[in-house]
Ligand binder design. Structure first.
Ligand code: S3P
Length: 441
């Protein structure tokens, strides 16, 4: 079956209320934490994307039973380190950097060797960032060139560590927090600010974790070896998935949208801050607190006069998965937008900074690239009329979404490859587009 789509018509004049798929980061964390809780946790509205399904398969291979009834996954945990690890176990994280990096933190006491593998894209990604702290805990971990496959054997002699996490990576932070759960004493992380779902979930479970906010980073103290009870969690919508619909509305003529029940945790809404600085009028309404997270309805409408931005670097981490779509807005804004220090984008499912430059050039946008910085020369009159096809993007779901939103807002005749990539994070993406009125073949 063909794995590409074509889009030949722009979208205009819509006024819709939608919900996007559930948050991927929170879904993966909820599954893994439920595997460590005592008793049967109930998770509703879990994202059923490949990254999360791989998380469920992973805990099953580690001896944790789960069932699904209606919209609820029931996960039967046996407490901390309650895995039953068979000999020669191989875990496959598929495309998920989050699953691969954070599951390692739950294997720090494994008595037998576990091998971790992933798909082609994941096998190119850096694991030194987690291998380094895991070795400091005393874990035996080996890999060639710090890539997958990785072999890990835990130890009974874990020691708490004090670690400076300077990348601003929530995956590294979570891997260390998960390792700390099984380690006696207090582990300390001085972490450059990044999404804080793990900390909020543990806090809401009554786990002894302390967070001291400093400027630009947090000091996190985790007391090891405390059991926590099973829990119930309803996963909110994913801001990273919502971001494509926010930009679709912003750049479409005479349109409005409300995206309901999205997680608008401050550590995730860099996109909204950046777009509002560029002249958008995106509002968060109906705000509610849920297990420490903030959930809101996002109100967005079309805007004609977008202006360029000199993007503050402090927003990089809170928009790290959204820069691709932010760059599209910069391409339509008046003036030169500047983005700095985005090397982390090249460490994602594909080399996204390199591909962003390739993509912007493909649609005729002038870009200056200086290592990890880019300047985008915006043009409010930018419209596309030729035929376009983006090739060799390693089936990266977010590049696929970017191409669709570009076709629907700027025009042109698009052939967009690797449709299946949507299953990584947002299986409902094309269905929702069609409900709004997009013509997709
Ligand atoms: C994620 C953290 C981010 C993000 C990824 C999901 C998470 O990665 O890009 O899509 O759930 O912790 P880094 O922690 O590597 O920045």
């Amino acid at each position: 079956m063909a794995n590409h789509i074509s889009i030949r018509h722009k979208l205009t004049n819509f006024n819709k209320r939608i919900e996007v798929s559930a948050d991927k980061s929170i879904s993966i964390r909820a599954v893994l934490l439920a595997s460590q809780a005592v008793g049967i946790s109930k998770i509703s509205n879990l994202l059923e994307s490949e990254d999360v399904l791989n998380s469920l398969k992973t805990i099953k291979k580690l001896g944790i039973h789960y069932t699904k009834q209606g919209n609820i996954y029931k996960i039967h945990g046996f407490g901390l380190n309650g895995f039953n690890i068979k000999k020669n176990l191989v875990l496959n994280a598929g495309n998920s950097g989050t699953l691969a990096r954070i599951i390692l933190g739950l294997l720090v006491k494994s008595k037998t060797q576990v091998k971790l593998i992933g798909d082609k894209s994941l096998s190119k990604r850096d694991f030194y960032r987690v291998i380094k702290p895991l070795k400091l805990f005393g874990v035996n971990i080996t890999s060639k060139n710090n890539n997958l496959p990785i072999k890990i054997i835990g130890t009974d002699f874990l020691r708490p560590i004090k670690y400076n996490e300077n990348i601003g990576s929530a995956q590294v932070k979570t891997c260390i927090i998960f390792s700390a759960l099984n380690t006696p004493g207090i582990t300390q992380i001085n972490s450059k600010s990044s999404r804080n779902h793990t900390e909020l979930m543990l806090k809401s479970l009554g786990y002894p974790i302390k967070i001291i906010k400093k400027s630009g980073y947090e000091k996190i103290l985790i007391q090891g070896l405390h059991q926590f009870n099973c829990f119930e969690y309803e996963i909110p919508g994913d801001i990273s998935s919502a971001s494509f619909f926010i930009v679709l509305t912003l750049l479409s003529k005479n349109s409005k949208m409300i995206i309901e029940k999205v997680n608008t945790n401050r550590s995730r809404i860099g996109l909204i801050t950046i777009l509002n600085k560029m002249g958008a009028k995106i509002d968060l309404k109906n705000k509610k607190k849920y297990n420490g997270e903030e959930i809101s309805d996002i109100h967005v409408r079309s805007i004609k006069n977008l202006k360029s931005i000199n993007c503050p670097q402090r927003l990089n981490s809170s928009a790290i998965d959204e820069f691709l779509i932010i760059f599209l807005v910069a391409a339509k804004a008046k003036g030169i937008s500047k983005f700095r220090d985005l090397g982390e984008m090249n460490k994602k499912e594909s080399k996204r900074l390199d591909l962003a430059v390739k993509f912007l050039k493909l649609i005729g946008v002038k870009v200056d690239r200086f290592e990890n910085d880019i300047n985008i020369h915006g043009n409010p009159d930018l419209v596309l009329s030729k035929s376009y096809e983006m090739k060799n993007f390693l089936k990266d779901h977010r590049i696929f979404f970017l191409c669709c939103i570009t076709a629907l807002t700027l025009g042109g005749k698009w052939k967009i490859n690797d449709k299946d990539s949507i299953n990584t994070s947002f299986p409902e993406f094309l269905k929702i587009l069609e409900e709004i009125g997009a013509k997709i073949n």
